[in-house]
Unconditional design. Structure first.
Length: 514
């Protein structure tokens, strides 16, 4: 099998034909909202009496979906189904599993507008962000299909006289995928299907805020012909089934993307060996960031401002890679701050159905949390721009810039996950790096400089998993920028990397004497 890989393109919305086509997709999806979403266990849809609602964060009167809630008994059935399916799925050849993923990606490509439109309503994503999310899902799937083929024959070992040795990979069993709401298709699809292409089976517990987006993948897997039980869909209350999924004696691995608090809880619970458990569980966790853009005195200040604003306010700052700290050399601090404010003034905020630059934050809990951080930051520093909030019809927060902060201020240390960026001043490049590293997180960062010596210094000393020169700190591209961080940002199991599938494989050695 030969696949000529290239990243899935977005949609050019400067073309009026594409705009009209996407509006039709939005109209069609809107007509299908308030959909009943079932559990899917062993390929069978199960509608429960106990449900919860997925709500449009831009219009809280609009119900996106009525979602069935899995109980612990349902989880048990899902594990039983996955374990049974594993017996045959693990015997599929690498080639057959990889080709299945390519079939899945082809179906997603045909339904890209539909999936993107669902995210506009369910996650409040602007059009470009929603399309980019769906396209990245395709990229992950195709990248992992290629990766599996590259691992198919194992790796070479040495042979001695009269002895032949073989080193190869095998799947490890059933696992649990717990994806985030902020990339409700891309990360969800990638972290579900990476273990699947490696020969494992999965229980997928979708994010509570974006279950319909995740259910679209389940529809596609069924359409593509995935055997029953390989992926089981178990939406539900994390308080009822979250720990239960992690603790289960059947769980060989957990892949999680979300908050530090939840990630460390999963890590701790997974470490405990349950009665009857004959293996150590693997945890693949990505737990957020407190990402910074460092601006040197010898830099393009227009580029610096553009990088800060784009990285801070894309998808309302609801990215683990979002720029929430601008660390600027004192000589260009005022200039970069002024230019950043001017660029931010041009951003439009509103219901993303109308293709605004920024939409709502995801839910009431986040709305209240971000609002509180703005109040704290306004006391710690100076509110330069924004700060306004409106929860009347949706969860809208203005893009907010706070200046004159210190590195140890609360809003410079804690992950806000909203459209808030703080500015802090440094005296020299060494101090800028010290401030950048002054956080528990180590996910992404960027350096804006024309000083090559300073860049080389940053490459060695800036303690993040993804570091960028003269650009923003968001928008990692599958296959180009394997993504994952250091410190409390997670296990650094970089998604979209040549090593990612090894998280879901065991290495076996066979020695044959002649």
């Amino acid at each position: 099998m030969v696949v000529n890989y290239q990243n899935e393109p977005g949609i050019d919305f400067t073309d009026s034909k594409n705009v009209e086509s996407f509006k039709e997709a939005l109209k069609k999806v809107k007509g299908e909202l308030n959909k009943k979403v079932p559990l899917v266990i062993n390929g069978e849809e199960i509608f429960t009496k106990d449900t919860y609602q997925s709500i449009n964060p831009a219009n809280t009167t609009e119900v996106i979906a009525e979602v069935s809630k899995a109980t612990q008994a349902d989880v048990d059935k899902a594990f039983e189904s996955a374990n049974e399916a594993y017996k045959s799925w693990k015997k599929w050849s690498h080639k057959d599993r990889a080709e299945f993923l390519l079939r899945v990606s082809a179906i997603i490509r045909r339904r890209k507008e539909e999936i993107s439109a669902v995210m506009v309503y369910e996650a409040g994503k602007p059009w470009d962000e929603a399309v980019g999310d769906a396209a990245e899902g395709i990229d992950f799937i195709e990248y992992y299909a290629r990766s599996m083929m590259e691992l198919a024959d194992g790796k070479p070992t040495l042979d001695r006289e009269g002895e032949h040795n073989k080193y190869f990979y095998k799947p490890i069993g059933t696992g649990v995928t717990i994806p985030p709401w902020n990339f409700p298709f891309a990360i969800m699809a990638g972290t579900t299907l990476a273990p699947v292409v490696a020969g494992n089976t999965v229980l997928l517990k979708p994010a509570e805020d974006t279950p319909l987006t995740a259910y679209k993948l389940i529809e596609i897997l069924e359409e593509a012909g995935l055997p029953k039980g390989v992926v089981n869909f178990v939406p539900g209350d994390p308080k009822e089934i979250g720990d239960y999924l992690v603790d289960s004696v059947h769980t060989h691995f957990v892949t999680f993307t979300g908050s530090l608090a939840t990630g460390t809880r999963i890590f701790e619970r997974a470490a405990k060996v349950q009665k009857g458990q004959q293996f150590l569980k693997r945890v693949i966790a990505e737990m957020g960031g407190k990402d910074a853009i460092v601006v040197d005195k010898d830099s393009d200040t227009d580029l610096a401002a553009e990088s800060i604003v784009t990285s801070a306010f894309g998808f309302s700052g609801q990215k683990c890679s979002a720029c929430s700290r601008a660390i600027v050399h004192k000589d260009v601090y005022d200039e970069v701050l002024k230019k950043s404010v001017e660029l931010t003034k041009n951003l439009t905020l509103g219901n993303t159905e109308n293709n605004t630059n920024m939409g709502p934050v995801i839910n009431k809990k986040q709305f209240d949390k971000i609002k509180n951080y703005i109040e704290i930051g306004s006391k710690e520093g100076k509110l330069e721009f924004g700060g306004g909030t409106d929860g009347t019809t949706g969860y809208f927060i203005e893009p907010t810039i706070i200046s004159d902060l210190k590195s140890n201020d609360q809003i410079m240390q804690e992950e806000i996950f909203g459209p808030v960026v703080g500015f802090v001043k440094g005296n020299d490049f060494e101090e800028l790096l010290e401030i950048a590293n002054d956080t528990d997180y180590g996910l992404t960062g960027a350096v804006i400089t024309n000083n090559r010596e300073n860049w080389i210094h940053a490459v060695e000393e800036y303690d993040v998993g993804n570091l960028y020169l003269n650009r923003g700190c968001t928008a990692a591209v599958v296959g180009y920028h394997p993504f994952g961080g250091f410190k409390m940002s997670g296990t650094d199991a970089k998604t979209g990397s040549p090593d990612y599938l090894l998280n879901f494989l065991e290495q076996k050695v066979v020695s044959e004497m002649f």
